[in-house]
Design a binder for this molecule. Structure first.
Ligand code: G6P
Length: 505
């Protein structure tokens, strides 16, 4: 980090720390200043930062930090498809999947999307016989995005039943295939590298399941979603059913690419295109809005303020909408795999806290489980609420009113607190939250929301000097698992040896 950035952090740390109550009392226009309604491709999203400790002075300091860390320039490079993933010497071209980036990359992505759309149409038209189910096999970035989007948007889809299987635990595959008829199932094998052991093992077992279920040519029912088409061909998948995507699209940023195939199957090509259009609208906002009114950037300021200055070690995300219940899982990979790093882009020590731990759940369930700690525990946890103005279920609208009321009440309670003579019953208050209110849970708003999180993660990384696009930290465990599986090494530590023996491996 530059000396200049260090000095800015120092001055942020020394700034006065007014309470939320004082911030509201001192600025009658606080809500209009910090609550932004952003119009995006036919939908609006409201981002309310008023219940965080951000104020004009803090924002100005973070703008200085942004200048010192070249945030705007790095953003422009990201969105132009420059090679900003320096440790792997490549670009990070997930925006190109939505239509923003280097011209040839955008064209290439479009061509691949058309190819995928054609395959979806062919399946719809019965070219593969009667297909009713899609078994999507992938893990990490090749599973979490499709799982979230399908769970959110395809609850009463009359197109295909989709199951996403990630875990190498056979229970996961067993649970998924139990509901499916092998003769009517298409198996999508999703792996950017096509080398991930869990995915390949599940794929082999799925082929056995197809064969055991009377499918004469199981390979004829496989589709591959990958950036390594040659490996998928070696695996035995016909080239016409391999949907490639670019090597420059990172795994946890890949739901927009052919990894989104099950989303297109469940939602239809049009729905998947709308999902990408929502993201493109957020890309445009990120590209053009001034930093102080740029939602991903402001959110990163909030994240950094709490993690760096108030030393919060976690941040909690609560979806007040059953349709978004998988959002915290998705964000855990996006944020922690991107920014859970102790070194900067140039390899020097980070010298400060990396990304906080992302956790969360679904409201109102979580209120009856973990909110005690948020209200009275000794850890300060910045909370994020995500809700939708409209619901889609068939029951009385009282349900949705109660859901939203609870969501807003929690934010108010965290901030207000409550004094009491009895210490057990007193609430300190001044606990921050931000709220994101969607108009609806639909493809555009979800696309825009996920792109918002991607850019927020990027802005956090740039302001810390981290490369958010590699993940070397996941390799060591894989290597050790392999050597254990192959029994090549007798020199594990005594605790590990005792566990191997106890399990009879
Ligand atoms: O898509 P794949 O190549 O199979 O990789 C699946 C996942 O595994 C890796 O271990 C990484 O941690 C993830 O970022 C990646 O999404």
């Amino acid at each position: 980090m530059s000396v200049q950035a260090d000095a800015i952090w120092q001055s942020i740390a020394e700034m006065p720390r007014p309470t939320l109550a004082t911030l509201f009392a001192d600025d009658a226009a606080r809500v209009s200043r910090l609550s932004h309604r952003i119009p995006l491709a036919g939908t609006d999203i409201l981002f309310d930062f008023a219940k965080t400790h951000l104020d004009a002075a803090l924002i100005a300091k973070f703008e200085e930090l942004s200048a010192a860390m070249h945030l705007a320039g790095m953003r422009d490079q990201l969105l132009a498809g420059a090679k900003i993933n320096t440790s792997e010497d490549r670009a990070a071209e997930h925006p190109a999947e939505r239509g923003m980036g280097a011209e040839d990359s955008v064209e290439n992505a479009q061509r691949l999307h058309e190819r995928m759309a054609a395959l979806v149409e062919a399946i719809d038209q019965g070219v593969f016989g009667e297909i009713k189910h899609v078994l999507h096999i992938g893990i990490g970035g090749s599973a979490l995005g499709p799982k979230l989007i399908i769970d959110a948007l395809c609850r009463d889809s009359d197109r295909y039943d989709v199951a996403v299987v990630a875990n190498v635990d056979g229970e996961a595959l067993s649970e998924a295939v139990d509901k499916f008829d092998p003769t009517k199932t298409l198996v999508a094998i999703a792996s950017k590298t096509f080398t991930t052991t869990e995915t390949l093992m599940n794929a082999e077992s799925a082929i056995d399941w197809l064969r055991g279920g009377g499918v004469e040519d199981p390979y004829g029912q496989l589709v591959a979603l990958t950036a390594a088409p040659e490996k998928a061909m070696e695996f035995g998948i016909d080239e016409t059913r391999i949907l490639p995507f670019s090597e420059t699209v990172g795994g946890r940023y890949s739901v927009w690419s052919s990894i989104g195939f099950p989303v297109a199957m469940a939602l239809g090509n049009h729905g998947f295109a709308e999902f990408r259009a929502g993201a493109l609208a957020m890309d445009r906002h990120f590209a053009t809005a001034p930093l102080a009114a740029n939602m991903p950037v402001l959110a990163a300021f909030v994240d950094l303020y709490y993690a760096q200055v108030r030393t919060c070690q976690t941040r909690a995300v609560f979806a007040y909408d059953e349709r978004l219940r998988l959002l915290p899982d998705y964000l855990q990979q996006l944020e922690m795999e991107s920014n859970g790093k102790g070194v900067r882009r140039d390899g020097s020590p980070l010298g400060r806290a990396s990304a906080p731990i992302t956790w969360g759940g679904v409201g109102t369930d979580a209120q009856h489980a973990v909110f005690q700690l948020l209200h009275q525990g000794t850890h300060l946890v910045p909370v994020e609420f995500i809700a939708s103005r409209l619901s889609a279920h068939e029951f009385d609208e009282a349900h949705h009113r109660a859901l939203l009321t609870n969501c807003f009440a929690q934010g108010a309670a965290l901030m207000q607190g409550k004094a009491s003579d009895d210490p057990q019953r007193s609430y300190p208050g001044d606990r921050p939250s931000m709220t994101i209110l969607l108009d609806n849970v639909d493809p555009q708003s979800l696309g825009a929301l996920i792109a918002f999180y991607e850019h927020r993660t990027f802005a956090n990384a740039m302001l810390l000097g981290i490369n958010p696009f590699d993940q070397f930290g996941v390799e060591l465990g894989k290597e050790i698992a392999k050597s254990m599986g192959n029994r090549q090494s007798g020199d594990f530590d005594p605790s590990t040896v005792a566990l191997i023996e106890a399990a009879g491996l």
